[in-house]
Ligand binder design. Structure first.
Ligand code: BYC
Length: 332
């Protein structure tokens, strides 16, 4: 598109398309050199929108992800388990806070993002729409869901956008502790009574396939991957990361003495990878459309928590305004 600036004092028209193409090329050059893009740097609008989408979906996943495990805080089987679980769930809230802050650096407000979540317009990870009927589910979430999150998020520590990459460094350190606490719960159950081992097996049966779906659709159906990889937001494709997770997790299930619920799963000597059976993508797309077993329950719980937290937000705002006013008085 060619436009003529109103105040360019009779000079030649400004070719904004050419200017934008030049800026985009310079931007891509910086990305190719692995330079970090920071909030005040020029960036293509599509890059900004992609990051807002991904970072906010990620933030929503963290705070919705507090709910399935939060259900077990009052019923944890010992004081130690309760203390650990409270700390873990609190960490997830912290991850949400860093991620909303990272999204805000792109020019969108936290209120806007929360409104998108609470109205049902925004996506969050499919995995949190499954129920947690037994204590073993807390173990399975830590082991599998946090395990999948680590595989997905370690490469995000090298994401081209600085604030997201830096948030991921801390998140990954905490996820690593979460994964171990989950595995430790599974180990205790797997080495416990026959009923406890069965409980662990049942939860693996229920969480295995949804954990594989966390990585997103197959590469052929992933509409954002190619561009996100060119921009180095994503470093690996959905299928590459899913395979990495399968290869790391199957031996862990074997160590626990549990069976992965995939009759087609086999070790491929030639590729050096486990080959998994087909994923039921109908289930995945159904869940992300809002029809999973717990979608409605999760959104209602978030709306309720948001409404009940209104007084905290009001008090925090009043406190911040008072401090600002005090600061101005002192400065005057
Ligand atoms: N669930 O083109 P694609 C945690 C959507 S929290 C729902 O491949 P992309 C934890 C996708 O958004 C872990 N939707 O997309 C917390 C897109 O739809 P839109 C959360 C999904 O972005 C508490 C469409 O499908 N982790 O670990 O290139 C307790 C096409 O997909 C899902 C993150 O958010 C899904 N699973 O790749 C315990 C990591 N997958 O937006 C643990 C950051 C895909 O066009 N995010 N969709 O309407 C990412 O790495 C990428 O966004 C994804 C998807 C790999 C998830």
């Amino acid at each position: 598109m060619y436009t003529q600036s109103l105040d360019n004092h009779g000079q030649a028209p400004v070719d904004t398309a050419a200017e934008d193409a030049q800026r985009c090329a310079q931007f891509q050059g910086r990305v190719d050199l692995d330079e970090r893009i920071e909030p005040k740097d020029w960036m293509p609008d599509a890059y900004r929108q992609t990051l807002i989408r991904q970072i906010s979906q990620h933030a929503h996943s963290e705070i919705v992800g507090m709910l399935p495990e939060g259900n077990w805080i009052t019923r944890a089987p010992s004081l130690r388990r309760k203390a650990v679980l409270i700390a873990k769930v609190q960490d997830e809230g912290g991850h949400g806070a860093y991620l909303y802050s990272a999204a805000e650096t792109l020019g969108v407000s936290r209120d806007e993002l929360l409104e998108q979540l609470l109205s049902g317009a925004a996506k969050y990870s499919s995995i949190f729409n499954y129920p947690t009927p037994t204590w073993a589910d807390v173990g399975a979430i830590g082991w599998l869901v946090d395990g999948a999150a680590i595989v997905n998020q370690i490469p995000l520590c090298r994401c081209s956008y600085g604030p997201y990459a830096r948030a991921m460094v801390r998140v990954c350190k905490e996820e690593s502790f979460h994964q171990r606490q989950g595995f430790e719960i599974m180990l205790a159950l797997a080495r416990g009574t026959a009923a406890q081992k069965q409980m662990a097996q049942d939860s693996l049966n229920r969480w295995w396939w949804p954990s594989l779906m966390m990585f997103g659709p197959n590469d052929a159906d992933s509409k954002h991957s190619a561009q996100s990889m060119r921009w180095k937001i994503k470093r690996f494709s959905n299928d590459e990361l899913r395979q990495r997770f399968i290869d790391a997790t199957v031996p862990q299930a074997q160590f626990l003495g549990l069976s992965v619920p995939d009759p087609k799963l086999r070790w491929d000597e030639q590729t050096g990878h486990f080959e998994a059976g087909p994923i039921d993508w109908n289930e995945f797309f159904d869940v992300i459309k809002g029809n999973g077993p717990c979608n409605r329950e999760r959104l209602e719980a978030r709306r309720d928590a948001h409404a009940k937290g209104a007084w905290v937000r009001e008090a925090a705002t009043a406190y911040a305004l008072k401090h600002r006013a005090d600061g101005l008085t002192r400065a005057a």
